[in-house]
Design a protein around this ligand. Structure first.
Ligand code: C2E
Ligand code: MG
Ligand code: MG
Length: 420
């Protein structure tokens, strides 16, 4: 609790009780019971991180403390749920006790805490109460003390189920947001949209993180890449569209796949898209691990003609040393710095620093989230001449985007009015 109050991260107390242990103990004998408890302890220890705590309270009751969870309550609950699922799965495996195979399930109660907000005794009590509910519901289950938390965990499970179905039923579509350099539309970023039969249009902010956690981002990301390349090929034979680049967001999980480079090359070959028109947006989070591998992959794709932009730049922790070694084409100033660029001198300073950095590294720079003329002018005066944002247009369905490009061609120099 003291550690948690220092860094603001949540912790969790898990109270675990084996189902029907007494019966097992009575029928197998206490020696076997002891052996089983030892095996359970080993599996529990193997299911959590070294910094977590596993203890035996007595009889068949164990208490675990997970530390260093997310500082966001619901995220901490989700992390706790994932660990609990792992524990339940590990404990459900057969036990070989002196050449006999046994089975036992367990009930877990979980309670999350942050700092000293909850009394020590209370946190333990809460986990115990939740464990009791798990038993009452038939055992072999995980329950949270805070019912709200259970709702959020259940919601997440429902979303995951929907997401799997959405991939099967192809409920996704791409929206196109113009990228403007000076007064010319030079390209577009494709942004994923989920057309859900009941929920309506679901924002990627709601489902991308889950898609990443569950690995569903892999088929989804591949579909985005393929659709974007098909679009490039279709535009190539239309003079008014042929010059446009398409920027595709690629998540870390996707990029780190062993065959990512082969996948991109295969898609380029089958769709016959011009690689020079494809721009991959990476984020700084990609650079926390395996940087050498990232650099190699980027070089290979770069040799094919594919471009790279570093998205949300300034929000992560890019090492400037790495930045110099990455074959990037562009830095993308995060919208959080653009929002208050005129009123917040820190934001303005960061935006200017990114522009200067890009210039000195010989990279392009584009600002995202440009919503007003004043923001655009401020950026232009600071040396940033490429923009994306509501000031020009919101992300649009394909037809509207194509109409937007055509309108802009008819009235060059205007802000392409009536588009959003
Ligand atoms: P991002 O790549 O940084 O995309 C920019 C986000 O800012 C988009 O939100 C866009 O609609 C929004 N935006 C654009 N202009 C403005 C503006 O002027 N003001 C404001 N307030 N917002 C603006 P969106 O479409 O909801 O996407 C959110 C994030 O979801 C994206 O951030 C990206 O990280 C992720 N995402 C979207 N599509 C994909 C995809 O196909 N694959 C992956 N891996 N991630 C995606
Ligand atoms: Mg992006
Ligand atoms: Mg961005």
């Amino acid at each position: 609790m003291t550690a948690s109050s220092r860094d603001g991260r949540y912790g969790a107390v898990l109270h675990l009780d084996l189902d029907n242990f007494k019966m097992l103990n009575d029928t197998l004998g206490h020696d076997m019971g002891d052996l089983l408890l030892q095996r359970v302890a080993e599996r529990l220890t193997a299911s959590v991180r070294a910094e977590d705590t596993v203890s035996r309270l007595g009889a068949d009751e164990f208490v675990l403390i997970l530390t260093n969870l997310s500082p966001v309550k619901n995220d901490a609950a989700t992390q706790t749920e994932l660990v609990c699922e792992k524990i339940v799965a590990a404990l459900n495996q057969n036990y070989l006790l002196e050449s006999n195979v046994y089975n036992v399930t367990s009930s877990i109660g979980a309670s999350v805490f942050v700092g000293h907000q909850t009394e020590l005794e209370t946190a333990l009590k809460q986990a115990d109460l939740a464990m009791g509910r798990s038993k009452k519901d038939g055992g072999n289950a995980v329950r949270f003390f805070d019912p709200d938390m259970e709702v959020s965990v259940v919601k997440r499970a429902a979303l995951e189920k929907d997401l799997r179905e959405a991939i099967r039923k192809k409920q996704f579509t791409l929206h196109y947001q113009p990228q403007v350099t000076r007064n010319q539309i030079t390209g577009t970023e494709v942004l994923l949209r989920w057309q859900h039969p009941q929920r309506g249009l679901v924002s990627p902010a709601e489902f991308i993180p889950l898609a990443e956690e569950t690995g569903l981002i892999l088929p989804l990301g591949h579909w985005v890449l393929e659709t974007a390349c098909l679009q490039l090929a279709a535009w190539a034979i239309r003079p008014e569209m042929a010059h446009l680049t398409i920027a595709v967001n690629v998540s870390a999980h996707q990029f780190h796949q062993a065959d990512f480079v082969d996948q991109v090359i295969a898609v380029l070959n089958t769709t016959r898209a011009n690689p020079q028109r494809l721009k991959i947006e990476l984020t700084e989070s990609m650079l926390v691990a395996n940087v050498e591998e990232v650099i190699t992959k980027m070089h290979t794709l770069k040799a094919e003609g594919v471009g790279f932009s570093l998205d949300d730049f300034g929000t992560g922790y890019s090492s400037l040393t790495y930045l110099k070694r990455l074959p990037l084409d562009q830095l993308k100033i995060d919208q959080s710095f653009v929002r208050e660029i005129q009123t917040n001198s820190n934001d303005a300073a960061i935006a200017r620093a990114v522009i200067t950095l890009a210039q000195s590294l010989g990279l392009g720079v584009i600002a995202e989230g440009v919503e007003t003329e004043a923001q655009r002018d401020f950026l232009a005066a600071s040396g940033c001449l490429a923009y994306q944002g509501y000031f020009f247009s919101r992300p649009l369905p394909l037809d509207n985007f194509e109409a937007y490009v055509q309108r802009a061609a008819l009235s060059p120099g205007s802000r392409f009015e009536g588009s959003s």
